[in-house]
Design a protein around this ligand. Structure first.
Ligand code: KG4
Ligand code: ZN
Length: 328
């Protein structure tokens, strides 16, 4: 089956074609105009999606060598995300489905991030654990099978990606903060500054990053770069504190569930220090990393999950709406 997937939940306009569970194209336009504001401006995001959707769709079809009339189903993210951004993608998708006379399915963005792991390992062993770490979410999931998910725990306040983004802004690095901090941290000493690791000793699966961010803010108030301590050391130590918190709760959930397969998902899953640390801490576990292109927001995960759901007999009535606070 040929499915066209559309993703516009935040600041990436993305369209992908999936045929028989193989990604034929995955086109993404990342909106750079937010960088000067240090974060995503919702109004700008929806206007950019509106401007880009047509072209990105044409490109996705062209790269896949698929004619629009060959498309048999449309999958589109309807939440969670920014209301205006979601609305542009959903309206576009509905127009396409209606015009082509094909079925449509609404997709939960978080579920798509998790299921992106099956693009890497289609024969994954269920059940598996998934650490979902993005700009808006930090959650630990137990995935029993497709459509059977249990939330083991999540953040009380900021998400891990948010901690990277806000931390980068405090340090004076660019947006998005994750890649900027990772790059800067590469030549830094990650144990030079002892940032707090909130909740690390609690026996509950929960995260908290707002205090860590505040401690960075206070630290930077009196910081001047010297030979003893550079901005690279600050970035490395701050990154290490975030990653230690993530790994410790993954450790706890492995202990509590006894599950052998571990996956990660979302934009922060791109982080190479997190990936290397996981391999080090869980040498005997089966660890799956999604392809780097399928960690940050993309439409491949939407077209792929859409096709899987169509094949299970699911589809959505055309009157569905956006769900900015969609829970999985
Ligand atoms: O999944 P995603 O693209 O969007 C959401 O659904 O939120 O995640 C974006 C987040 C941003 O906070 C960004 O700073 C973070 O992922 N990120 C990273 C890296 N690349 C992106 N965080 C740490 N290290 C990276 N290499
Ligand atoms: Zn995302």
């Amino acid at each position: 089956m040929i499915v066209l997937g559309i993703e516009t939940s935040c600041d990436e306009t993305a369209v992908s074609i999936c045929r028989d569970e193989v990604i034929l194209s995955n086109v993404i336009s990342s909106q750079i105009s937010h960088a000067e504001y240090g974060g995503v401006v919702p109004e700008i995001a929806s206007r950019e999606h509106e401007k880009m959707l047509n072209n990105i769709t044409i490109k996705a079809l062209k790269y896949a060598s698929i004619d629009l009339n060959q498309v048999q189903g449309i999958a589109v993210t309807n939440g969670p995300g920014l209301a205006g951004s979601l609305l542009t993608g959903v309206s576009f998708a509905k127009g396409l489905a209606l015009g082509l006379g094909v079925k449509i399915i609404s997709i939960n963005h978080l579920e798509a991030h998790i299921i992106a792991n099956l693009l890497e390992e289609p024969n994954i062993d269920f059940p598996f654990l998934c650490l979902l770490v993005s700009g808006g979410h930090t959650q630990l999931w137990l995935i029993r099978e497709l459509d059977n998910y249990t939330l083991l725990g999540e953040t009380r306040d900021d998400a891990a990606g948010e901690a990277f983004d806000k931390g980068a802004r405090i340090i004076g690095l660019g947006y998005p903060g994750g890649p900027a901090i990772e790059k800067c941290a590469r030549i830094g000493n990650d144990s030079l500054i002892e940032f707090p690791r909130p909740l690390i000793n609690s026996e509950k699966i929960e995260f908290s990053f707002s205090g860590l961010k505040t401690s960075l803010l206070y630290f930077m108030d009196s910081f001047t770069e010297s030979k003893k301590c550079s901005i690279n050391d600050v970035a490395a130590s701050y990154q290490k504190a975030i990653i230690d918190c993530l790994i410790s709760k993954l450790h706890l959930s492995v202990k509590q569930t006894g599950i052998n397969t571990i996956t990660i998902a979302g934009g922060v899953a791109k982080n190479s220090v997190l990936r290397n640390q996981l391999i080090k801490v869980f040498p005997k576990k089966n660890i799956i990393f999604p392809d780097l292109n399928y960690c940050t927001d993309n439409a491949a995960m939407i077209s792929y999950l859409g096709e899987k759901k169509f094949n299970l007999g699911c589809q959505t009535n055309l009157d569905f709406g956006i769900m900015p606070n969609f829970q999985l």
